[in-house]
Design a protein around this ligand. Sequence first.
Ligand code: GCV
Length: 662
Amino acid sequence: MPVVGSEVDPAWLPDEALHALGSRRVRVEGEGDLVDTVRGEVVHACGLYGGSVVEDDGPYDVLLRRQPQSGEAHGPEGFTLERAGGRVTVTAAAPAGLLHGYFHVVRLGRAAFTDAPPETHRPALALRMLNHWDNVAVHPVMGQVERGYAGGSLFWQDGRARGDLARVRAYARLLASCGVNALSVNNVNVHETEAHLLTDRVTEVAAIADALRPYGIRTHLAVSFAAPVVVGGLDTADPLDDGVRAWWREAAAHVYAHIPDFGGFLVKADSEGQPGPFAYGRTHADGANLLADALAPHGGTVHWRAFVYDHRQDWRDRTTDRARAAHDHFAPLDGRFRDNAVLQVKHGPIDFQVREPVSPVIGALPRTRVAVELQVTQEYTGQQRHVCALAPMWADVLRFRPEGEHGPTVGELTASGGLVAVSNVGDDPFWTGHPLAQFNLYAFGRLAWQPDADPDRLLTEWTESTFTPWATADPDRLRAGLRAVLRDSWTTYEKYTAPLGVGFMVQPGHHYGPSVDGYEYSPWGTYHFADRDGIGVDRSAATGTGYAAQYAKPWSQTYESPDTCPDELLLFFHHVPYDHVLHSGTTVIQHIYDTHFEGVEEAEAAQEVWDGLADLMPPARHARVAERYAEQVRSAREWRDQINSYFLRASGVPDAHGRRVF
Ligand code: GCV
């Protein structure tokens, strides 16, 4: 049980959450490192609440047992839960299953001790990984954590691995308790210092892996495709060169000598300036397979990112569409990747905007293992200064069926590849800067375990374990208040920012706050094309960039025409006049005005609800959120006024309700 001191927020594992189990007689059976972790957890919980750890044949209320022969039912991480007559039995074939079973009982709290039919739980996705965009050395522009909004790195400080890894151990515990089982420890933009983690600095990675291992988290490393040149002294990184292949084999063997259960490599290649196989006239399958072959003898996997596009586009060039790029590059490579290569695809075609269609790449490579990448760190969704609970968005993505209602869901298509997310955690005492952003981290883990989980139920789970309302003076007010501020916060954020799927409109570089034309004449390929007549990007096959045709039917047809395209994605797929009437019955321009007024009102109302919860939680947590609400409301008003003014000036159409637009 890692000890991190009282100044660190316990997140969803406060002592109170251990009460139901910790006040009973608990027996743990079995051997193995993770079973010892479970034992340590039980000792801690019972020490807090007067329960006992039963070592002999005496009576018990909770039995946590490892039974290797139940392997088929449980797999490496599943378990069965039996509840009868106030007695709870968790049976797992493997130690990791027992750990997940233990945390499941903790999550159920008192409900674990009510009778229910036996249940078997196993993760739908084998790999549930967080990526940290943490730099070892502070980067002059991006800082210690790229797109990090929660302080410094948990892993790195002053250019090296932290000596004290107690926070990392506590982080691993939180992650294991919500289902995460893998983590990469450095930025996908691999600068020179970080490139050495693969070679002469691997012992620093090994120390972190030691801290993560007791909670069943495997360590992965982001590597530079040019490592043979940057740190290996070779004059090429050509994936078909024998010397390069030998170099990677040796590099992998060296890592495994230090970290026997190492998970594998993560690669951002030919993307935003990172080196890749294109420099040698090779394909991304050649690149990924090079690393896959080096990892294969050790059981490792390469996660190869599909985020490949031209970031030096000429904004005048209307033939290039960034949204098309990943599909154009990767769909033709289906069937050419090794079994231990996973193509890691951002959930939308552009870049983690508040609203994007599901990437057509996910359904386009049936013979390739595909992982979907989410962004838990809120780069484009309020940077952990705004409340924006993303579970409903992710649940929509995971339930999307790329081939229509009779085909598999995204959750099913990623069973062998996994779900990955960019972490929102740093060394901030609240872990995530904004305490309510902890819900995003929790929900990611739970959805990765069960992609069809109801986001509303996850919110209840998280609220109950983090805020333990039953232990407060007014449980109902607390429950209702938390629900009110979190449940629809994603759509609130969407309302006061970029409308109808058009995306961006953020300030360049740091991406916080409004700037309608911030990226309009930039090389990044993210445009809205607003003028006096209309707005949006024509991505139809008939008259536009053809992106809509990258989808299978029925989606290619649905998105092709403004008549069938869902309102919330209209401007992603079509350029329409301001007086275009949405399915909702309102015009595009009036929708822009209405949603921006509404979004601000909703943020103001949430702030008020939050103010009324002060007596029901630790003062520091309440104060931190209150301080962030002040900024959220200020920023939401800024967004409203800039967007509404911009479009009033562009269109000349006044607000139908005569409200003041600046
Ligand atoms: C790590 C976006 C972010 C970058 C990030 C990149 C990526 O472009 O702004 O900071 O780089 O995505 O996913 O690689």
